[in-house]
Design a protein around this ligand. Structure first.
Ligand code: ATP
Ligand code: MG
Length: 196
């Protein structure tokens, strides 16, 4: 599961757990992005902070781990590079899935070397109850033809990192949107107090 994770929250964690169970995965690897190739409109929190928040949020789950692969790589993050690396580590017989939000999945065909994705992984796209999958499928026929995509429904979680950052800046609660440990880390490191 790739993302900025700035910060990780229960939307990410619920989605990961649901994917793990529905696809009988061995584990879910959270992979905070390095220098984001596409999120340039705001200053993203350092990779080290985002990585550590993902670690503490997932620490109690033996099926979840966090990878430093993207934050330690120099230059911008391209998912195709990560998938190629994972494929070379785990071999051609491993089933690789890339977990993402359903809204984000339609953009993937615009990513670098998108034509390689079909051979590298299956996408698991999380929809929320109420998401009109049939409408989305007919609207995005081109994407469906070019990628392998499976859909899962996750409970309606209107949680976003953007909202959490804004809440911290405005001194409103983030408890129950992300783990207590992440909330404490944000407080301790004084994250998101100025900009969001
Ligand atoms: P931001 O508000 O900064 O964009 P975000 O909450 O969308 O952050 P990301 O790190 O951008 O979090 O998301 C990582 C992945 O998790 C993306 O594929 C995104 O679609 C998915 N995702 C984010 N929030 C949720 C949620 N509440 N439920 C399910 N999936 C989510
Ligand atoms: Mg997002």
């Amino acid at each position: 599961m790739g993302g900025t994770f700035d910060p990780i929250h229960f939307g990410h964690l619920v989605t990961a757990e649901e994917a793990l169970v529905q696809f009988n995965l061995n584990r879910v690897v959270f992979m905070p992005s390095g220098n984001p190739a596409r999120k340039t409109h705001r200053e993203v929190t350092s990779g080290e902070h985002r990585y550590l928040m993902a670690v503490i949020a997932t620490a109690s789950n033996p099926d979840f781990e966090v990878s430093r692969m993207e934050i330690d790589r120099a230059g911008p993050t391209y998912t195709v590079d990560t998938l190629r690396t994972l494929r070379s580590i785990h071999g051609s017989r491993a089933d690789l899935y890339f977990i993402t939000g359903a809204d984000a999945v339609w953009e993937i065909v615009t990513w670098k070397d998108a034509d390689e994705f079909v051979d590298l992984c299956t996408f698991i796209a999380a929809t929320r109850p109420g998401y009109d999958l049939d409408a989305a499928r007919s609207e995005h026929a081109e994407q469906l033809a070019r990628l392998k995509i499976e859909f899962i429904e996750v409970p309606a979680l209107a949680i976003s990192s953007t909202d959490i950052r804004l809440r911290v800046k405005e001194k409103r609660p983030v408890r129950y949107l992300t783990s207590e440990s992440v909330a404490a880390y944000i407080e301790k490191q004084k994250l998101y107090r100025e900009a969001y």
